[in-house]
Design a protein around this ligand. Structure first.
Ligand code: SF4
Ligand code: SF4
Ligand code: SF4
Ligand code: FES
Length: 373
């Protein structure tokens, strides 16, 4: 098997593996930003640099393993090269990390005001939950080193679910990979027509008019504050959040979710990256459709319709009433006069019991499930 060396250790590899793949297998920590697991590398950010004896600095995420390479993953030169890449990224946009530059009011007033403004570009909505900010700290990178000519843009808040603030976009391309290669929705791409990488819909129109199905995968992939959930914006800080793993209740796929809960209220939902079957992916319902839990219109007690009006009753009354009606229908017209449809939002075990009730107790095969198709 071909081999190379990493930090003087001989490492065998399979064709198609990258330096990053090998380092991950060896538990060597290489910082990454634009890399999105399972997609083709873009190599845009440069923070995964490692040193090769002959070639110099190479990007671990996009450099294929080759026999004879001699890789060093740490050292002053590697650290400095990564730091420069991080400083270049920070200089591309509005990465103030909530530091209120020329403000005249107190920091608290500034934060409160900025948090109240939906389209504020002063307070970054992902402060404390940003991969770039983490790297700036880890590598002690300096900000504002040079003027890249970026211009302040008021965040686009027109969309009901997604806030896009391209003054914080670092052009990493992860959202494009997430849309085109993970979800295969083919809604967005990198537009380079103005000499700068800008994320745009394929047709150049708005998200609503595009192929976008509002799955929000691009938000989950964005490592900075350029794409955020509108409902979650400025509502929480990472240390206030309890993450609870659960199964999406909407359909029979059973996607694994993280509920981000603050003060016993869900403020955001993300997919569990390592969890089958969805591997981090969610659809629009699973990601954004959690408000119903808090609706005043939720039916929390059994109701029976009498004379066209719904009347709240006890569980005992509702169960007795239902059993009596089912028995009466069977007595009058036979078991095939009944039909049951199990809800896809039920768990497997409940649906199993539903068909058992119809087949074994009522003696009819008239049982179906709304996720069957
Ligand atoms: S996107 Fe990240 S680096 Fe940029 S301002 Fe927000 S927290 Fe800071
Ligand atoms: S929400 Fe989904 S479909 Fe729309 S741009 Fe993002 S990843 Fe693509
Ligand atoms: S919007 Fe986010 S994920 Fe997309 S290119 Fe910009 S920084 Fe990267
Ligand atoms: S993670 Fe390798 S270039 Fe971005």
């Amino acid at each position: 098997m071909p081999h190379l060396s990493i930090n003087s250790q001989t490492v065998e590899f399979q064709p198609g593996q990258t330096i990053l793949d090998l380092c991950e297998a060896l538990s060597i920590n290489i910082p990454t930003l634009c890399h999105l697991a399972g997609t083709t590398p873009t190599g845009t950010c440069g923070v995964c640099l490692v040193e090769e004896a002959k070639a110099g600095m190479v990007k671990a995420c996009s450099t294929p393993a080759e026999a004879g390479l001699e890789i060093r993953t740490h050292g002053v030169a590697v650290r400095e090269a990564r730091k420069k890449a991080i400083e270049a990224l920070v200089a591309t946009g509005n990465h103030n990390c909530g530091v209120a530059g020329a403000m005249t009011e107190s920091f608290t007033d500034f934060q409160m005001d900025a948090g109240d403004m939906e389209a504020s570009y002063d307070l970054c909505p992902v402060w404390g939950d940003c991969r770039l900010q983490d790297l700036v700290y880890e590598y002690q990178a300096r900000t504002g080193l040079f003027d890249s000519g970026w211009k302040k843009e008021v965040p686009d808040v027109a969309n009901p679910m997604i806030v896009r603030d391209f003054s914080r976009c670092i052009g990493c391309g992860r959202c494009v990979k997430a849309c085109n290669e993970v979800q295969v929705n083919l809604a967005i791409d990198m537009d380079r027509s103005n000499g700068r990488d800008v994320v745009a819909t394929k047709e150049g129109n708005g998200l609503v008019e595009s192929n976008c199905v509002f799955c929000g995968e691009c938000i989950q992939a964005c490592p900075v504050g350029a794409l955020v959930e509108k409902k979650a914006q400025n509502q929480w800080r990472p240390w206030e959040i309890e993450k609870i793993r659960t199964t999406c209740p909407y359909c029979g796929v059973g996607c694994q979710q993280w509920l981000h809960v603050k003060d016993e209220k869900i403020v955001k939902v993300t997919g569990v990256e390592e969890g089958a079957p969805n591997k981090g992916r969610l659809c629009v319902k699973g990601r954004f459709g959690y408000d119903f839990i808090y609706s005043d219109e939720r039916i929390k007690r059994p109701v029976i319709r009498e004379n066209g009006e719904f009347k709240e009753v006890s569980w005992d009354h509702a169960l007795d009433y239902t059993a009596d009606r089912l028995k009466a229908i069977i007595d009058e017209s036979g078991p095939d006069a009944l039909a049951g449809v199990s809800c896809a939002r039920s768990i497997n075990e409940d649906s199993y019991q539903m068909q058992k009730l119809f087949r074994a107790v009522f003696k009819t095969n008239n049982i179906d499930h709304c996720a069957r198709t």
